[in-house]
Design a protein around this ligand. Structure first.
Ligand code: NAD
Length: 484
């Protein structure tokens, strides 16, 4: 190895099984002749324990910004306590907008019901409910904001099509739930349909996420590239790795503009940490993706082929071991030794790997210029009086609003209309949305909204939040209440 030409890369061992699988992975890379200069980065548990609430110290940020490449072990996210997930923080802060997870099955050497599986999930990595903007607004109701942007959707969808074209894949399937979330998931789906027009050589289709997930679990061989929103992509990629044989087998790349982070799909597996039995394959395949990314394709192929040969030879960690078909049960280090022993060999039955790297550059279209007009306001109230009788609430807020030239269009509770003409059967929490429209004028402004809020507050109501009702070029940018 020539240290002068070695590529500098940050490496974070991570938590739980992280240190074990990272050490095994680095040993294999070294034995295969990878030319990487590793820079250890402390993130996760150790950083939390040192009082760094984000889990990433300033030194770690400096190093990551300088080298722009990271191989990362799994990180334990402490539950509750105000800690943010380090994974989410890293992905968003470094602009790693695409999470790419290739999933293949390796039957009969890794037991699976899906021998023909070979798919890629391209998951949007920065938006959706992972914005982590959550509020408790009343005693009974909490809220998480699902943020989907047009440029965010366009970027990931273009990435999926560019990826398909570069890597010889034929079809891209989009999955959303836009039959319910017409604005957020609808924006993603519409963006997909528009971008797909520019790639006539690639087949494009859409599935509602629930049936899409069911089909993925049943017939994964019928999928090629899947592009989807953050949360759905998170769930789908674990399903895909699990049905391919083990979550321990999946590697993933988090890709941004000139920066990338590689990691295993699985978590820190605290249940088996420290026992030396974890499968290092997910981390190893992530490292192989990193090698391809930095142009060390031959080394990557040497490792990929030795790894396949190890699986074929029946040398398996506990998660893959099956009496009868496996030959030898090994621990993390034993597995690494077995791969190292096979460097220079190819699999005998499975197809040898051939990697290519394409630098995918994503250009966004110019944003549309739309006229934005405020047509009303949703005011959310915390209210529990009068036995939660929506009629009592409706008449009281109608009076308050009428005095400042606003009229009440409806009240909903958890999105269902309860006033006027609600059903007594509808369950009512303490969280009420009152939709107001300006009296005698289609368009309003924020001064008028402030007068309305003053009147509602002055009438003794607890205003917990507002949302503007905007039209964009005359098209409503808000959903109707169920039953409105
Ligand atoms: P997990 O993936 O850690 O474990 C799920 C199951 O799979 C466990 O039974 C575990 O023993 C097994 N498993 C996972 N990796 C394995 C491997 N390499 N070899 C053999 N078996 C393996 O998921 P979890 O238990 O839900 O999460 C544990 C922690 O990991 C949580 O704190 C979670 O937030 C974190 N997590 C981190 C990442 C990441 O860093 N990217 C991803 C997912 C979860």
């Amino acid at each position: 190895m020539n240290p002068d030409s070695a590529t500098p890369v940050g490496v974070a061992e991570g938590d739980g099984i992280g240190p074990e699988i990272t050490r095994a992975t680095l040993r294999i890379l070294e034995a295969a002749g990878a030319s990487i200069e590793w820079h250890p980065v402390v993130i996760g548990q150790q950083a939390y324990e040192a009082g760094v609430a984000t889990g990433v110290s300033d030194d770690a940020w400096d190093l990551l910004r300088r080298h722009r490449l990271l191989l990362k072990g799994p990180i334990t996210t402490p539950q509750g306590g105000g800690y943010k997930s380090v994974n989410v923080t890293l992905r968003k802060s470094l602009g790693l907008f695409a999470n790419v997870r290739e999933t293949k099955s390796y039957g009969p050497y890794v037991q699976t019901r899906h021998d023909e599986m070979n798919l890629v999930i391209v998951r949007e990595n920065e938006e959706d409910l992972y914005a982590g903007i959550e509020h408790r607004q009343t005693r009974e109701v909490t809220q998480s904001l699902k943020l989907i942007s047009r440029p965010g959707s366009e970027r990931i969808v273009r990435f999926a099509f560019e990826y398909a074209r570069a890597y010889g894949r034929r079809r891209v399937t989009c999955m959303t739930k836009d039959n319910i979330m017409k604005l957020t998931d609808g924006l993603f789906h519409k963006t997909f349909d528009a971008v797909a027009q520019e790639y006539p050589d690639i087949e494009a289709d859409h599935l509602i996420i629930d049936i899409g997930a069911a089909k993925l679990a049943d017939r994964p061989d019928t999928f090629d590239v899947i592009v989807t929103l953050n949360l759905y992509g998170d769930i789908l990629s674990d399903i895909a790795s699990q049905i391919a044989g083990s979550v321990g087998l999946g590697g993933s790349a988090n890709v941004g503009d000139g920066v990338a982070m590689f990691e295993a799909v699985h978590g820190s597996a605290p249940d088996i940490a420290g026992q030396g039995i974890a499968n290092p394959s997910g981390m190893l395949l992530a490292a192989v993706q990193l090698l391809v990314h930095v142009g060390q394709v031959e080394v990557a192929e040497r490792i990929g082929n030795a790894w396949l040969r190890t699986l074929e030879d029946g040398c398996h960690t506990g998660d893959l071991y099956r009496a009868g078909s496996s030959i030898e049960r090994v621990g993390t280090d034993g597995f690494a030794d077995a791969v190292i022993d096979r460097i220079g060999t190819n699999p005998k039955h499975l197809a040898p790997v051939h990697y290519r790297h394409h630098d995918l550059r994503i250009e966004l279209a110019d944003p549309p210029q739309e006229r934005k007009e405020l047509r009303g306001i949703d005011v959310f109230l915390d209210w529990t009086e009068a036995g939660r009788d929506a009629g009592v609430l409706g008449q009281a807020v109608e009076r308050a609003a009428g005095a400042v030239d606003w009229k009440l269009a409806m009240i909903t509770n958890r999105g269902v209309k309860v006033y006027p003409d609600g059903f007594p059967e509808t369950f009512r929490t303490d969280h009420w949305r009152c939709r107001f429209r300006p009296e005698g004028g289609a368009v309003t402004d924020f001064d008028a909204v402030l007068r309305l809020l003053g009147a509602v507050h002055g009438a003794g109501f607890d205003v917990v939040k507002t949302e503007g009702l905007y039209d964009f070029d005359g098209v409503p940018g808000y959903s109707l209440g169920q039953g409105e």
